[in-house]
Design a protein around this ligand. Structure first.
Ligand SMILES: [Zn+2]
Length: 314
């Protein structure tokens, strides 16, 4: 089974832990080349998470993190290659390389300027999570329920339009409910919730309600199921059986075509039963046991995410 994971925070851990001595080739974190190979991954989205409170100069911090992403690729060039389009994903697979996609988690990194958005695109960024847990120039978060009914700002609407024009993936994970509906209305392209689960099963503001899952499906987008335990179940450990429940529910509500994987590895707050991405086969086995067909699993682990990349990225 091929794999394409829409979200991990491994770049941050490489930079912030152990004096930055570990990289993407081989590290003690949840995602590296070795583990991706074990998972038979075709590609991985690497998010650069910009902490706006810790780094008031958001542009500078984001550029520093993007630089680290490209440095890591130059160090792992034999195995891991940049991908910015469907063709590059396919080409990398043909020559036996893993694809690395670059994402920004925190639209505040734009500092309210569309020219920064275009510069990030030129640096390889292909997905932006419009907010993290803080309000920013684009919109409001669903960190708690406080901002749920607040939609995109005027700048946020411009960002959606410009990301559509450039061919970038709009990511609504973390975004307020009204922000989600605004993106669904405004975006001319499919969009994604890169790392969220089902609210009908766990009433958490980071999860998507059933009507959101249906809207996402209608637009041709995907939700990457998140391995974080507080989104999945009792909050102690992100269990495989809980992932199976959420995947079952999401496929019942939005169809199998709306499902993807968004592990949130190296960003989750709590322990995960599959301790690293190399263990992804355990989820596939559990789903097969529950009656999911090989074709359905292909869509979940790879096909749907690849379809959105094909439809949106240029
Ligand atoms: Zn996140």
């Amino acid at each position: 089974m091929k794999l394409l994971d829409l979200h991990c925070d491994t770049i941050l851990r490489c930079m912030d832990e152990e004096n930055g001595r570990f990289g993407l080739g081989c590290n003690p974190f949840c995602v590296d080349v070795k583990k991706l190979k074990k998972a038979n991954a075709a590609g991985q989205f690497f998010a650069v998470y910009v902490d706006m409170m810790k780094y008031p100069d958001r542009l500078e911090r984001c550029l520093e993190m993007i630089d680290r992403f490209h440095l890591e690729l130059s160090r792992c060039g034999e195995e891991l290659r940049f991908a910015g389009s469907y063709d590059e994903l396919q080409h990398n697979a043909v020559i036996g390389k893993l694809s690395a996609f670059l994402a920004i988690e925190e639209g505040g990194a734009l500092e309210g300027k569309l020219h920064h958005l275009r510069t990030y695109y030129r640096l390889g960024v292909r997905l932006i999570t419009l907010t993290w847990n803080y309000p920013n120039e684009i919109g409001y978060p669903n960190f708690e329920w406080t901002h749920a009914d607040k939609g995109l700002t005027a700048f946020g609407r411009d960002v959606v339009e410009e990301m559509n024009r450039l061919g970038m993936l709009i990511d609504v994970s973390h975004l307020s409910d009204q922000g989600f509906y605004d993106v669904a209305t405004l975006s001319s392209q499919p969009f994604v919730a890169s790392h969220s689960d089902a609210r009908a099963l766990v009433h958490h503001p980071r999860n998507l309600a059933d009507d959101m899952l249906r809207l996402l499906a209608e637009k041709g987008g995907v939700v990457g199921v998140n391995f974080e335990s507080t989104f999945l179940g009792d909050g102690k450990v992100g269990r495989i059986e809980d992932l199976v429940r959420h995947i079952r529910h999401i496929s019942n509500v939005g169809g199998m075509e709306v499902l993807a994987i968004g592990t949130d590895f190296d960003g989750t707050m709590n322990p995960v039963e599959m301790t690293d991405i190399g263990q992804m086969g355990r989820l596939a086995a559990a789903l097969a046991e529950e009656g999911f067909s090989e074709g359905q699993l292909e869509k979940l682990f790879y096909g749907n995410a690849a379809r959105v990349i094909r439809d949106v990225l240029r």
